[in-house]
Design a binder for this molecule. Structure first.
Ligand SMILES: Cc1cc2nc3c(=O)[nH]c(=O)nc-3n(C[C@H](O)[C@H](O)[C@H](O)COP(=O)(O)OP(=O)(O)OC[C@H]3O[C@@H](n4cnc5c(N)ncnc54)[C@H](O)[C@@H]3O)c2cc1C
Length: 265
């Protein structure tokens, strides 16, 4: 690990002010991705700005048909929230299936969506539920936020404040996970909303999380596992690595989509 200066501001405004003064500063949330990156000397920021002291970034509120989760809220807090479990049970279940207890108690929703790991779970929920990512500067629709592998629309000096999820008539998330890391080999989030069905896939895309319009059309016409049973994503657009071939991932997407629709009821 290279040397860096450490700061612990207590407001978003202070965090941004510290970042602007730094040569090459970066925000740290739970450190679940960033600290291993530093330990492996894959990054050398001049300053680490710890968002852990910013109380305004923590918490869950449910208002009308919207669940809003502060960026520094941990996966464990979302998983055990009775309010989330009531409003969007699939979201609480998703958070409870992330990593292991250590990861869930340190990792945050803001860190997860900012990092946009191609196998992370939350980005699939964001796309399928039509979430809005609120930053200190603006609000961005999930469809415009995730722009590629580990890439988002976020500027370097922009802080994610919260993520807002509209509730759905029905929703479920199914992942086929890597038994070592619990990251998704393939994860499929399905949602039945007033505007139609949405299907988002993580773990498989060459450009990260993506929606499947063909499945959305089929489910909008007929919300049933049978409606997606014959539909397959083109394996040519999918990842192949030591864990699974592109063909296997294409097969899993259909299987996980069917299971998710069945689980959503
Ligand atoms: C062993 C292991 C298993 C895991 N398994 C899973 C899994 O099954 N599913 C899954 O989805 N994830 C998994 N993860 C990822 C984990 O859940 C975290 O979401 C992820 O590592 C980000 O961690 P963090 O919140 O601590 O952010 P950090 O590591 O602190 O930060 C990550 C990045 O986000 C930026 N950032 C953080 N917060 C903000 C903010 N508010 N505004 C702007 N930028 C910000 C940081 O600058 C940094 O670039 C796993 C991680 C580990 C280590």
């Amino acid at each position: 690990m290279y040397a860096f200066d450490y700061h612990k501001p207590s407001s978003v405004a202070d965090a941004i002010a510290v970042l602007k003064k730094a040569d090459d500063g970066t925000f740290v949330a739970g450190g679940m991705t960033l600290i291993p990156t530093l330990k492996q000397r894959l990054a050398q920021p001049s300053d680490l700005i710890d968002l852990g002291g910013v109380k305004e970034l923590v918490g869950i509120t449910v208002s009308g048909n919207t669940v809003t989760i502060g960026a520094m809220t941990t996966h464990a807090a979302v998983a055990k929230s009775a309010e989330v479990a009531k409003a969007i049970p699939a979201l609480a279940a998703l958070a409870g299936g992330i990593g292991d207890p250590q990861v869930r108690n340190r990792g945050t929703i803001g860190g997860s969506v900012a990092n946009n790991d191609p196998a992370a779970d939350y980005p699939a929920a964001c796309l399928a539920l039509g979430a809005t990512i609120k930053t200190d500067k603006r609000e961005v629709k999930a469809d415009d936020f995730f722009t590629g592998l580990f890439e988002t629309d976020l500027a370097e000096d922009e802080v994610i404040v919260s993520v807002s999820f509209p509730t759905a008539d029905k929703a479920a998330y199914m992942k086929f996970d890597n038994p070592a890391s619990r990251y998704a080999l393939v994860g499929v989030f399905v949602a039945k909303t007033a505007g139609g069905a949405k299907v988002a896939v993580t773990g498989a895309g060459q450009n990260g999380v993506f929606r499947v319009p063909e499945m959305e059309k089929a489910l909008s016409a007929n919300w049933s596992a049978d409606a997606v049973a014959g539909l397959k994503v083109n394996a040519g657009t999918l990842n192949a690595d030591i864990h699974a071939s592109a063909d296997y991932r294409a097969h899993l997407i259909t299987v996980m989509a069917k299971r998710a629709v069945a689980a959503a009821g």
